[in-house]
Design a protein around this ligand. Structure first.
Ligand code: HEM
Length: 203
């Protein structure tokens, strides 16, 4: 869970940083997208790593959820969840919504089969993203999904510290703060684009 989670948490940081080129103008983001597509070997290696990580992450996540439920069955429910945060208890649910978001997102911007108003944007990624978020429900759906990604990441990253054995009583507070900060940076970075289109700052 920790290893695949680290790959996915690293991917969102890279993807979010690349997306911020939207604010530098059409040339910057379009050149970046072209560079990625021109390096097919690199792109497919990244895609393959991502697909394997997502599948393994979901598979182990399901096992873990079932094991937790079985361990808790019949026990004192209050005590079992005494230290568990909302983020921790909602991991399976936030995970399912994020999976739904990813499916929508791939149909939206990678396969370009939905929610672009039937307009083909060719290689103009900047125009495609602006067109995508000109639809208010779509922009709001992205922002809400990013808030759930924030919840999922805040617990996920602190769990990585736990797995590495770093999250002892002394470091727990600081590491949880670091995980929360990371989650907010990712969520805010991604959300800034639909927010900027919604408010007319990005055209
Ligand atoms: C506001 C938020 C986001 C924006 C504006 C955005 C934008 C984009 C765009 C434009 C593409 C297509 C790039 C191209 O074909 O040249 C893309 C692909 C992709 N995005 Fe996002 N993205 C966002 C959030 C996310 C999040 C949160 C995730 C994962 C949790 C994600 C995962 C992916 C994946 C897996 C691809 C496919 C990459 C590929 O194999 O071609 N995106 N995104």
């Amino acid at each position: 869970m920790a290893l695949t989670g680290l790959v996915l948490a690293g991917f969102v940081l890279g993807h979010m940083s690349g997306n911020l080129l939207m604010f530098k103008g059409p040339a910057a983001i379009n050149e970046y997208a072209k560079w990625l597509h021109d390096h097919a070997g690199l792109l497919w290696a990244a895609r393959l790593t991502l697909i394997l990580s997502v599948v393994a992450h979901i598979w182990v996540g399901i096992q873990l959820t079932l094991e937790n439920r079985a361990a808790r069955a019949g026990g004192p429910a209050d005590e079992a969840t005494r230290r568990a945060s909302i983020a921790s208890r909602s991991m399976p649910y936030s995970g399912v919504v994020i999976l739904g978001f990813i499916v929508f997102h791939l149909l939206h911007f990678t396969f370009r089969t939905i929610a672009l108003g039937g307009v083909a944007h060719g290689d103009d990624v900047h125009a495609m993203v602006v067109a995508g978020f000109n639809s208010k429900p779509v922009a709001v759906f992205y922002i809400v999904s990013m808030l759930l990604l924030c919840l999922h990441l805040s617990h996920g990253v602190s769990s990585v510290f736990q797995t590495l054995g770093l999250r002892n009583e002394r470091w727990r507070g600081r590491l949880d703060g670091l995980a929360l900060a990371y989650a907010w940076i990712i969520a805010f970075g991604f959300s800034s684009i639909p927010l900027a289109v919604l408010t007319g700052c990005l055209k």
